[in-house]
Design a protein around this ligand. Structure first.
Ligand code: ADP
Ligand code: MG
Length: 684
């Protein structure tokens, strides 16, 4: 059988089941073989009953002492209880709604039972609904697949078995020298063993090999994308560093982290090569001042800079900040957005082209074709995960290999950064400016809502402002028990807050509408803003001191952290209230993390642990494919190994033209195709 062959051609699958397999995302033989088990039942390790840990899956070999007898219980259900023994100890076995159970488990016959042992009534050990087979049948490690309504794990198991039997050898694509160096089993072994391992060690080795493949090919693909995007040499070099001059102009002392970040970037810009650097810093860590430092040195060295922000409000905000910072420095700064008047636009474009403007700040209006620069040397984007590579390169193409500086307020855990950014340089602002007020965070249930409203009113009466964030936009999106921003707004403005100035903002509004709402809030015309997550991005309203998040359980930790970062930006004490009625362990753990730390990196790590990388920001935004088997939180060792190897290969055989790398090249080609197909290569 070929990998490309339709799943329906596997004996025993056929048309109807073929459809079921399709709904699992499996339509070819190859995809089936790459559909790995999510767990295993180990029927190979038989434990004496006395040694079985309570509450964990175990396999025991036992003889039926009392065959289960069915009784009827409330609701008409059948319950069958029996007892089995391994000679030393006994366990009660309990089955529900199985009419035939007494004839299936015959007295004095021996079976293997697989399941959890718990302590039941009267301290007796019991197994509820264990699986069982005749003891004579083979003992093995059984794969458990993610199943759905149409296709059970057993059906998948048998299809995989049939497919593997019909395939002679799965061809290897990694060259021997790699297999040897990293002590990897062949692909053929790995795929066979991942489905049907004989023992734990085989399983581990096959996992290692498949994780290696997954991470290796991904990183190689990302590197090849990058080497396409980054030209190395540039004319735009900083000959003289003006950092100290600029620092002395700042109204505050830069933090050590800011000094370090600025020095790292300036050193890139002096190197003669194009800078390609990410600045990561928690909300409020002072990224803007670092960017301004670079703009200053760039301008003093005869280069123009462009700063692109994802929304008009942010662009305006940056414009105000930079204009303030550059007052009396001779550095000219202008703003260009969609709503700039056309006469003004014309003037700005003219002056950009003549080189009279040192820094242009704007939205993606900056990418328009007729925006030209005299000497664009530095391109800065803020809140990068809102932009795609296309936009950034669009802006870069207006200069000759300008330096690229990307600012991100989303702390990315180290492991994820390794994958995403590979060889991109990263600076981290891991220190907040001194004198920041800690934001107090509370988690409350909806029963406390009335008291919370009073608390908010008290602050509004003192002249402060507040946000309330809801997970949904409008009622029609409704999920029971989840609040929509529109509903909330309607209700709040007619009841609890009827004497206050309220406003509503959400993602279904046009950008112009959103900008108007934000501007009114910024100017203090609005006291209380009901919102969806659209306000997540860096808006700075120092007078806002309370952030309420309704249905907080529906947000990711990093998202909650971003939202919380909207307050605590002024001198007054700020607080964040997370409202949730969710009682599960996970959501309680999440709320505890939020209430106990304001360290964005710590939160990001926890978030990644709880949600996995796929969900971290939404896969699409971050450009990672879904991992089949690798877990980047735990597979760090293989992650590092494969990264080293991928880098090495990129240096020695960048185009993968050597005959021994032919197979790798093909895999990389496929991966690139996937990355692009999902529109995910965007942010890399
Ligand atoms: P972010 O990293 O979230 O973009 P900003 O650059 O907006 O943060 O800075 C947040 C606030 O902190 C601004 O009001 C800025 O003026 C102030 N700030 C930045 N650096 C310092 C510093 N070293 N000392 C004191 N205040 C600072
Ligand atoms: Mg910012």
């Amino acid at each position: 059988m070929k990998f490309s062959e339709d799943i329906r051609n596997i004996k025993g699958v056929g048309d109807a089941r073929g459809l079921g397999f399709r709904s699992l995302g499996v339509s070819t033989v190859g995809e089936l073989l790459r559909f790995y088990p999510r767990a295993y039942e180990d029927w190979s390790k038989i434990l004496p009953i006395a040694h079985c840990p309570i509450g964990e899956n175990v396999c025991i070999k036992a003889t039926v002492l009392i065959s289960p007898k069915n009784e009827r219980i409330s609701g008409g259900r059948l319950i069958g209880r029996g007892t089995v023994t391994d000679g030393d100890d006994a366990v009660n076995v309990v089955f529900f709604n199985n009419k035939y159970i007494s004839s299936m488990l015959k007295q004095n016959e021996e079976y293997l039972f697989y399941g959890k042992i718990n302590i039941g009534k009267y301290s007796a050990r019991e197994m509820i609904a264990p699986m069982f087979v005749k003891a004579a049948e083979s003992t093995e490690i059984r794969p458990i697949y993610p199943q759905n309504k149409k296709i059970t794990s057993r059906m998948i198991q048998s299809a995989v078995k049939t497919a593997l039997e019909s395939i002679d050898v799965i061809p290897e694509y990694l060259p021997d020298y790699i297999l040897e160096k990293f002590d990897l089993v062949s692909l053929d072994r790995a795929i066979r063993d991942i489905h049907f391992p004989d023992n734990e060690e085989q399983l581990q080795r096959s996992r290692d090999r498949l994780i290696f493949d997954e991470l290796f090919i991904l990183q190689l693909s990302l590197l090849s994308l990058k080497s396409k995007n980054t030209a190395s040499y540039t004319e735009n070099t900083v000959k003289k560093d003006y950092t100290e001059d600029f620092f002395s102009l700042l109204p505050f002392m830069p933090t050590n982290a800011q000094k370090r970040a600025a020095a790292e970037a300036i050193s890139d810009m002096q190197s003669g090569k194009q800078m390609n650097r990410l600045l990561q810093g928690d909300v409020g860590s002072g990224k803007t001042a670092v960017a301004a430092t670079l703009v200053y040195s760039a301008a003093k060295n005869g280069m123009q800079s462009a700063l692109m922000a994802p929304t008009e409000v942010l662009a305006v905000q940056h414009f105000e900040t930079f204009s303030g910072l550059f007052k009396n420095t001779g550095i000219r700064c202008e703003l260009l957005t969609g709503s700039t008047k056309s006469a003004e636009k014309r003037r700005i474009k003219e002056e950009l082209k003549n080189g009279e403007i040192d820094l242009i700040i704007g939205t993606h209006a900056l990418i328009q074709e007729d925006v030209e620069f005299a000497q664009l040397g530095l391109v800065i984007t803020d809140e990068q995960h809102r932009f795609g590579v296309k936009q950034r390169t669009g802006l870069c193409s207006k200069g000759k290999n300008p330096h690229v500086y990307v600012m991100s307020a989303t702390p990315i855990p180290r492991t994820l950064a390794l994958i995403l950014f590979g060889d991109l340089n990263v600076s981290i602002l891991d220190e907040l400016p001194p004198g920041r007020q800690k934001i107090d965070t509370y988690s409350v249930t909806s029963k406390k809502r009335a008291a919370m409203f009073d608390y908010i009113k008290k602050h509004l009466d003192m002249g402060y402002q507040a946000y309330i964030v809801c997970p949904l936009v409008e009622e029609s999106d409704a999920v029971t028990g989840v609040l929509s921003a529109e509903e909330y707004y309607k209700k709040a403005s007619t009841t609890a807050f009827k004497d206050y100035r309220l406003d509503l903002i959400h993602g279904k509004m046009t950008s112009k509408q959103k900008d108007e709402v934000m501007t009114r809030f910024k100017n203090g015309e609005t006291q209380l803003l009901i919102s969806t997550v659209v306000i997540e991005v860096g808006v700075d309203v120092p007078n806002a001191v309370i952030m309420v998040v309704e249905n907080a359980e529906r947000f990711g930790l990093s998202q909650l952290h971003q939202l919380r970062g909207r307050v605590g930006r002024g001198k007054a004490k700020s607080s964040c209230i997370l409202v949730t009625d969710a009682q599960g362990d996970e959501s309680r753990a999440r709320m505890n993390i939020m209430c106990s730390t304001t360290d964005g990196f710590k939160i990001a790590d926890e978030d990644l642990k709880l949600r996995g990388p796929g969900d971290f920001f939404g896969t699409r935004q971050h450009g990672l494919p879904k991992f089949r088997i690798a877990d980047i939180m735990t597979d760090t060792k293989i992650l590092m190994q494969t990264q080293e190897l991928a880098k090495e290969l990129t240096l020695t055989d960048r185009l993968l033209q050597r005959p021994e790398h032919k197979g790798i090249k093909k895999q990389v080609g496929k991966m690139l195709h996937n990355l692009q197909a999902e529109n995910t290569a965007n942010t890399i």
